[in-house]
Design a protein around this ligand. Structure first.
Ligand SMILES: *[C@@H]1O[C@H](CO)[C@@H](O)[C@H](O)[C@H]1NC(C)=O
Ligand SMILES: *[C@@H]1O[C@H](CO)[C@@H](O)[C@H](O)[C@H]1NC(C)=O
Ligand SMILES: *[C@@H]1O[C@H](CO)[C@@H](O)[C@H](O)[C@H]1NC(C)=O
Ligand SMILES: *[C@@H]1O[C@H](CO)[C@@H](O)[C@H](O)[C@H]1NC(C)=O
Ligand SMILES: *[C@@H]1O[C@H](CO)[C@@H](O)[C@H](O)[C@H]1NC(C)=O
Length: 923
């Protein structure tokens, strides 16, 4: 028993040791030293166990990129069109419609876009449609009907020579007026004869790019944020297409130049590119700065029938976000058509705004120019304008000039100023125009024809030339700046299809220089040899600038500006050379110093004294230029100054806002009053109607009552008459009885008398001796006869009296009846006047043909009510107008005259409709 016990004890101990050892070994396997420490100290927190080797998934390698195309990290595999064109025997690749950002829907259409997501495969074989714009409303409507997203238009096109590497990049910002145009305007044909990459960008236009409440929701200047995203895309990705992100030149045309300049001034975007080419546009062009963005918004809201809110803008946002993109584009067109004739101050919605909530233009561009100059952050630039760039804008309001018929030049100048300059500058420009632009002859003999040329010069100066001068004034010394004007008149104009209302032909209108840069539009793409050689020169210089920062290696051909006026290069039709060097960019007119408040130096114009213009100008050297007197202005410290400016601007915007709120509330009050008035009128009408109905009811009752009474009266009358008859009969009977009685009495008396006579005669016969008795008898007889006659007379007079009485009663009855009839007649007539006639009972029903029936009355009344309500229903109003338009044939031809004879014949239904329409209008 002992041995096995000892043995088993040993065995147990061994077993225990084995188990402990095994446990320890396992512990070692799983835990690190530190963990063991923690374990030993009792503070271990368990960690997830590592997966066993057999549990680890095999790592799936990413799918290999599809072959072909350009692999762009973060973008995708971009498939474009290899060998899109062969230019100078070199294949050019095109990558079309690459999405660089995504526009959200609703209110997002007015807000900065989101980054475009990565797509494994990017199909870049088709250029995308233009961003939404009113000239393409039909396309938008069709696309919307197909359920396409017309807002997502932020694409760019890249053109690159095959196998390009590290080439300079030209990023084109298309024109024209920031409410139209598209990336398609930049085609590679001319530029890509050279070693450059061309990028052309779509950005949002008009309301989608610029409508502003200066809030987070409607920030304004969203087009600039689009271009920023495009430039960032180019920065990140252009090297995959053979471009160099260190040599990016942004080139803008017209409105696009305004944006390009703004990009170069904005602290948010100026680092994204190196150089600038501005063709007929700067950020200082007053035409493209909305001085009253909130008023523009109010007008837009009004046209959109959106609540043009005061301080609470959310109903407006709500409304705008609901409207379709095509509708918003149409509303902008309405705004343009409605407000353009009223001049610059009333026209916005497609312009830069100062103080956008995104921070692109924290200050007026002139202030940014000044501070960029001070910080030396302006870029090397080619800046210029076509000779008659403003003719495009002048021709839009030239009708107002033609209509003037004034002998006073000021009237003409003022029209131009209303359309081109902010009001605070009008006097300065007006005086300058009289002094510098118009000749004494033009001032003496004033008419639209004779002053047109001068007016175009003035507007050129205000919109294009002076802003260029202001833009480079404080920077030309530090930054190479190349000035040009494009005076060349070739075979094509960029906007030939617009026609020219001006009384003279223009040499180079807005964007005519682009005709020689890009083969666009197609009509203008087939250049004649002379135009082609100019195109070669222009393109060579633009490319040279992009490549080297110098447009022409020969500095004698195109030197950089040494003053804010020049020297500058002029592209001309001169036989000797298409290029001329000239000295004074302001056409020999020194620009007034209207932005003095933004610049530290106010009198640098004094540096230019001599001009050597080769073109004759209407310029009079007898009147030397005197800079206009600027009010003495003490410059505050730089930053304080801008802070102050900002504050002033904020205050002003607030004031404007308040004024607008006030106006709005007044408007609303007026509308409220109108509404109430309408309601009151409606109530009045209803009350009248009710009154009429109750009257009608009452009259009906009265009439019924009256008829009842009448019937009763008649009945009574009849009964009375009947009674009367009975009475008469009784009377007759009584009379008869009386007469019979009297007759009987007479007979009896006669008999008595005869008896007496007989007795008398008997007595006389018996005794003749009694004569006295016969005498008495005779007397007695006479008395009796007299009594009888008396009685008869009385009887007769009684009968007579009765007859008379009856006649009187008869007359009275007749009289009553007549009066009754007259009363009835009167009542009937009254009812007839009130258009309220009705069939009465058979006996005295009026002639049915003389009165409308009750149904007629109801019909007439319903018609009247319908007509009345149509007065307040614009839809049926419009349809009535349509109805009123003479006939289909005429409706189709809106210039056709209606046939007057037909129209004015009295029973023509159209005439009646027209008359009704005019009556409505005169309401
Ligand atoms: C790109 O799209 C076009 C038309 O939508 C189509 O014909 C073409 O095959 C597509 N290309 C690629 C590479 O997907
Ligand atoms: C210029 O520099 C000042 C400070 O030196 C700065 O506040 C301002 O934002 C700069 N302006 C621009 C346009 O960069
Ligand atoms: C022309 O009109 C302006 C006002 O618009 C007036 O001040 C000026 O005296 C007028 N000039 C002449 C010559 O009548
Ligand atoms: C403005 O000019 C004054 C001297 O005229 C100079 O001292 C100052 O530094 C200038 N300021 C700027 C921002 O250039
Ligand atoms: C501006 O003119 C004044 C005198 O008229 C002169 O003293 C000053 O130096 C000028 N400033 C510049 C920047 O030319």
């Amino acid at each position: 028993m002992e041995l096995p016990t000892a043995k088993s004890q040993l065995l147990w101990q061994l077993l225990l040791l084995l188990v402990l050892g095994a446990c320890h070994a396992q512990f070692d396997e799983v835990h690190e030293d530190s963990e063991r420490e923690a374990w030993l100290h009792g503070v271990f927190t368990p960690q997830p166990l590592r997966a066993a080797p057999w549990e680890v998934d095999a790592v799936t390698p990413p799918p290999p990129p599809p072959s072909g195309g350009v692999h762009v990290p973060g973008v995708g595999q971009v498939f474009g069109l290899r060998g899109y064109q062969f230019i100078k025997n070199r294949p050019i690749d095109a990558f079309l419609g690459i999405r660089y950002a995504q526009v959200s829907s609703g209110l997002g259409r007015f807000q900065p876009a989101r980054a475009a997501p990565y797509q494994p495969i990017v199909n870049a074989t088709q250029s995308s449609p233009n961003c939404a714009q009113f000239p393409e409303v039909q396309r938008l409507q069709v696309a919307e009907a197909r359920g396409e997203n017309v807002d997502d238009c932020l694409t760019l096109d890249v053109y690159a020579p095959a196998g390009a590497r590290e080439l300079p990049v030209l990023v084109f910002v298309h024109g024209e007026m920031l409410f139209d145009g598209g990336a398609e305007e930049a085609q590679p044909d001319y530029l890509l004869e050279h070693d450059v990459i061309l990028v052309s960008v779509n950005y949002r236009l008009a309301p989608f790019g610029f409508l502003a409440a200066l809030t987070q929701e409607l920030p304004g200047n969203v087009a600039l944020s689009d271009l920023q995203q495009a430039l960032e895309w180019v920065q990140r990705n252009i090297r995959y297409f053979g471009g160099s992100s260190n040599q990016i030149t942004v080139i803008g045309q017209a409105g696009g130049a305004t944006l390009a300049h703004a990009l170069s001034l904005s602290p948010k975007t100026q680092h994204l590119f190196q150089q600038l080419i501005l063709q007929s546009g700067t950020a200082l062009n007053p035409y493209l700065i909305d001085e009253r963005p909130l008023e523009t918004l109010a007008t837009f809201a009004q046209l959109a029938r959106c609540p043009s809110a005061g301080r609470n803008l959310s109903p407006l946002y709500e409304c705008l976000s609901r409207l379709r993109t095509s509708e918003l584009a149409s509303i902008f067109e309405q705004l343009l058509l409605q407000n353009e004739p009223r001049g610059l101050s009333a026209l916005g919605g497609f312009k830069l705004v100062v103080g956008d909530s995104l921070g692109y233009l924290p200050e007026h561009p002139a202030a940014l120019v000044a501070s960029n100059s001070a910080n030396n952050t302006l870029k090397p630039a080619v800046i210029g304008a076509t000779k008659d760039a403003s003719a495009f804008i002048v021709s839009r309001f030239y009708d107002q000039i033609q209509r003037l018929q004034s002998q006073n030049i000021s009237d003409y100048i003022n029209v131009v100023l209303r359309h081109t300059a902010p009001p605070q500058q009008h006097k300065i420009w007006h005086d300058l125009a009289i002094r510098e632009i118009f000749t004494p002859e033009q001032l003496r003999y004033v008419n639209a024809r004779s002053v047109s040329q001068g007016l175009v010069e003035l507007s050129n100066l205000i919109l294009y030339r002076a802003p260029v001068v202001y833009s480079i004034r404080s920077s030309y010394k530090k930054n190479p700046t190349y000035l040009y004007t494009f005076d060349y008149r070739g075979e094509f104009h960029r906007f030939a299809h617009f026609g020219n209302p001006l009384p003279f032909g223009v040499d180079a209108s807005l964007s005519d220089d682009s005709v020689y840069l890009f083969p666009y539009p197609k009509d203008a793409s087939n250049l004649n040899p002379q135009d082609k050689s100019l195109a070669r020169a222009l393109v060579a210089m633009w490319v040279s600038f992009a490549q080297n920062g110098i447009p022409n290696q020969n500095s004698n051909v195109w030197p950089k500006a040494t003053s804010e006026y020049g020297p500058f290069l002029r592209f001309t039709n001169s036989r000797l050379s298409i290029l001329e060097l000239d000295q004074h960019f302001g056409e020999s007119i020194n620009v007034p110093n209207i932005y003095a408040q933004y610049f530290n130096t106010t009198n640098s114009t004094s540096t230019t004294t001599t001009t050597t213009t080769t073109t004759r100008r209407p310029y009079y050297p007898e009147q030397p230029y005197r800079p206009p007197q600027q009010p003495q202005y003490r410059q505050p410290a730089f930053n304080d100054y801008y802070a102050g400016e900002q504050e002033v601007r904020r205050q002003q915007l607030l004031r404007e806002q308040q004024e607008r709120d006030l106006k709005l509330s007044e408007q609303q009050e007026r509308e409220q009053q109108q509404q109430e008035e309408l309601l009151r009128e409606e109530e009045e009408r209803q009350r009248e109607q009710q009154q009429r109905e109750t009257e009608l009811q009452r009259e009906l009752q009265q009439r019924a009552q009256f008829e009842r009474e009448q019937r009763q009266r008649e009945q009574q009358q009849r009964e009375y008459e009947a009674r009367q008859h009975v009475d008469e009969d009784e009377q007759d009977e009584r009379e008869l009885q009386q007469r019979e009685y009297e007759l009987r009495l007479q007979q009896e008396r006669q008999q008595e008398r005869e008896q007496q006579e007989r007795e008398q005669t008997d007595r006389e016969q018996q005794a003749h001796l009694l004569p006295m008795d016969s005498e008495e008898q005779r007397l007695q007889q006479e008395r009796e006869e007299q009594e009888r006659a008396q009685e008869e007379r009385e009887q007769e007079s009684r009968e007579q009296h009765e007859r008379e009485q009856q006649q009187r009663e008869q007359l009275e009855r007749e009289q009553q009846e007549r009066e009754q009839q007259e009363r009835e007649q009167q009542e009937r007539e009254q009812q007839g006047r009130g258009e309220q006639t009705y069939a009465t009972n058979e006996e005295n029903a009026p002639d049915p043909s003389a009165y409308p029936s009750y149904e007629d009355y109801v019909k007439a009344y319903t018609l009247w009510v319908e007509e009345l309500s149509s007065l307040y229903n614009p839809e049926s109003f419009a349809s009535a107008e349509q109805e009123a338009s003479p006939d289909d044939e005429l409706a189709n031809d809106r210039y056709a005259q209606p046939d007057e004879n037909q129209l004015y014949s009295d029973n023509n239904p159209q005439r009646i409709k027209l008359m009704r329409r005019y009556q409505r209008f005169s309401f």
